[in-house]
Design a protein around this ligand. Structure first.
Ligand SMILES: O=C(O)[C@@H](O)C(=O)CO
Ligand SMILES: [Mg+2]
Length: 255
């Protein structure tokens, strides 16, 4: 069975963010992920993680003004200075909290726009270098256009082509099964095809993004395939619980 990480941006929202760490540990999780830790000092987040006996699986680099609809800076040429500062901040937090992976969001831009594409390539190269210096892995995640209209990185094949272009450097794929199913389908086969470049997996039901086992996919079969393929990372539970988070964990106890 894969090792699961609780996503504290979506799960355990019955609690304040800093209390979600202990709540996840009490529910049996050994690791967590979330979008952003930046509302709190890195030391405070690190202490919550350690006190709860948890490992950090991943978090995201600062992604612009989320409340205003921004979803990353990498593909925005006019935001390059801010992007560089975001990388520095993310690496600082990563070093103190101790995460093996950082997710770089692309931002909202037309993937056919040459300026956006060039900016994204530059960003990938810059962030790959800065994270590699600290031994941190960098991941990119294709996101479906229904949840995030206009998101630049909206296709798994383009993401893998970019990763291949970077070759042995530390850029890998964040394979979110929910987005994969909505964008392309073909989850089992593509997991096998892409496993070499996958550093992180996330799961939710499709189409409503709730607990595994409540949607159109055969999640038990997917978990078995992830194991068969020898995936050793975490599977992030990036779903919105249908009701109480702990009450909704019956799927986990069954797997
Ligand atoms: O799938 C998602 O939405 C997340 O993994 C993320 O990082 C951006 O929202
Ligand atoms: Mg995701």
């Amino acid at each position: 069975m894969p090792r699961f990480a609780a996503n504290l941006s979506m799960m355990f929202t019955e609690h304040d963010f800093l209390d979600r760490f202990q709540a996840a540990a009490d529910a049996g999780f050994e690791a967590v992920e979330y979008l952003f830790p930046y509302d709190f000092p890195a030391e405070v987040v690190a202490e919550k993680l350690t006190n709860a006996g948890l490992s950090q699986a991943l978090f995201n680099m600062p992604a612009g003004d989320w409340s205003k609809g921004e979803r990353g800076l990498a593909a925005l040429p006019e935001r390059r200075d801010e992007f560089r500062e975001a990388v520095a901040k993310a690496v600082h937090y990563a070093t103190i909290i101790g995460t093996p992976l950082l997710h770089m969001m692309s931002g909202l831009a037309d993937p056919r726009d040459p300026a956006a594409a060039a900016s994204y390539r530059y960003a990938l190269s810059f962030a790959a270098e800065k994270t590699a210096e600290k031994g941190i892995g960098l991941v990119i995640e294709p996101i479906n256009g229904r949840d995030m209209p206009g998101y630049f990185l909206n296709d798994f094949n383009s993401a893998v082509a970019l990763i291949d272009e970077f070759g042995p450097r530390n850029v890998k794929l964040q394979y979110d099964i929910y987005h994969r199913q909505i964008i392309h389908g073909d989850v089992l086969t593509s997991l096998g095809q892409m496993m070499q470049v996958i550093a992180h997996i996330q799961i939710a039901s499709v189409p409503l993004r709730h607990e595994p086992g409540t949607g159109e996919l055969n999640d038990a079969m997917i978990f078995a395939e992830i194991d068969r393929l020898g995936y050793g990372g975490y599977v992030g539970c990036e779903y919105r619980p249908l009701g109480d988070t702990v009450a909704g964990l019956t799927w986990l106890n069954k797997t």
